[in-house]
Design a protein around this ligand. Sequence first.
Ligand SMILES: [Zn+2]
Length: 248
Amino acid sequence: MLGKLTVIILALGLLAMPVQAADAKTIYLTFDDGPLFGTANILKVLDAEKVPATLFMVGLHVEASAEHKALMEQAKGMDLITVGNHSYTHANNHYKRFYSSTREVVDDLEKATGVLGLTAPVHARLPGRDVFRLPNLSRDDFGIGKAEDGKERPDFNAVAAVGYEIYGWDHEWSHESTGKPIQSVEQLLTEIDAKFLANREVERGNLILLMHDEMFQDHFDGTANLTALIAGLKQRGYAFGHIADYDN
Ligand SMILES: [Zn+2]
């Protein structure tokens, strides 16, 4: 039997525990396909909000203009930002063809690493594929069939074998082909809450959120939307993680 005093002490102990300790939830903000229109707004908001994020960039987009290259350099100079490799060509948006040649996939990634000036460990996201590289397991795009999965798995393994850390995503802030965001910020926040509640994230308590730079252009209220998203996540008590700390 617990004495009254013991019960009081136990109760006080529970009160003193940090509320989030047992189930801290971390969001990893990731932005793909830059540098593009929208990238400058993303950097502006991240700098103001002081939260970590990863920008997975495309080599060809860096080379597109001096402004694009300057955006990459600006991102690389920001302490909380990780610049990651999202390939050189983005598979020219022909994914099945791209992943039919392991050599081509590896060479394309390596070329982007050179253009982006990255050094190991290089954090990478493969174009068009939701690939997680976990110990002894690559988990690929749920959207591709078993046969295609079988063909592409050697590519994913080859990229990991040459030292890339590969990341997929748990949830996407979707967009139309124009770049216009589909969900409102409120809808997106509700979806994130629901995903955590249902334990649908690949790594328990860690949610990688995929967004695309083009969604944050001025005419889509990019600055206001991203600011509102980060404020909403902060208000809910979510932490923001560096991709290097994700247990990949
Ligand atoms: Zn992409």
